[in-house]
Ligand binder design. Structure first.
Ligand code: ADE
Length: 228
């Protein structure tokens, strides 16, 4: 997979992309992540990318020119057309189902905005899908783009390596994940449930399913309503 990110702050991505699964996935060519600075497409000598909103009001709005020019440049960097996503709190809510859907694409082009928002002609003209990572407002789309990159890349074949598969993750079956334990067998008087030491794989699978159901019922009953 190739992921292009259009952003005013490419440096914000350096640390999250340099550790653990995201780092290894890039090193082993499972994903190529390319950052492009929207400010490089500003046309005036102050490298201006935002301006006051028509009609008045607080804050600044992302100008369409630099975003369009940046997008048209990035689009041509690879023959694969790609799925274009604008990060905005006005978008459709991101969830595990969407992560799985996006992980099947060959190319994603993520556009992270700043300020009070995008000039509406960016939304209209780029025909981008709009995605929000939750009902709260971030200072910009960068963290949202990172969340999507992380959730998608770990689903790519080979990305988790020895750490196992994403199949048991919370939400992968519409349920929260079952409780996990590792050594020691007893920690501060809390014992690992007997069933997990039994070696009976069928019994363990049943117990885990039961625990996942109970946990979901207790903490996220909305998930059960949606899926069963
Ligand atoms: N930009 C600002 N807030 C956001 C959110 N919740 N999701 C995606 N992009 C955003």
């Amino acid at each position: 997979m190739r992921i292009d990110v259009l952003t005013l702050f490419p440096a914000m991505f350096e640390s999250p992309l340099s550790y653990s699964i995201l780092k290894r996935a890039q090193e082993s060519d499972i994903v190529e992540i390319v950052l492009t600075d929207i400010r490089d497409f500003a046309t005036d000598r102050y490298r201006k990318v935002d301006d006051k909103p028509y009609g008045g009001g607080p804050g600044m709005v992302m100008m369409p020119g630099p975003v369009f020019d940046c997008f048209e440049y990035v689009e041509k960097l690879s023959p694969e057309k790609g799925r274009v996503i604008l990060l905005t709190p006005q978008g459709q809510k991101f969830d595990q189902k969407k992560a799985v859907e996006l992980s099947k694409e060959k190319r994603l082009i993520l556009i992270a905005g700043r300020y009070e928002g995008f000039d509406e002609r960016i939304r209209i003209g780029l025909c981008a899908e709009q995605i929000s990572i939750g009902d709260f407002v971030l200072s910009g789309g960068e963290l949202a783009a990172m969340v999507i990159v992380d959730a998608v890349v770990r689903l790519l074949a080979g990305a988790l390596g020895d750490e196992g598969s994403a199949g048991d993750d919370s939400f992968s079956e519409g349920l929260l994940e079952y409780p996990q334990y590792t050594r020691p067998e007893v920690f501060r008087d809390m014992k690992v449930p007997e069933v997990l030491l039994s070696g009976d794989h069928e019994k363990i699978a049943r117990w885990r399913r039961q625990m996942a159901l109970e946990r979901t019922k207790k903490h996220r009953p909305d998930l059960l309503k949606n899926n069963f």
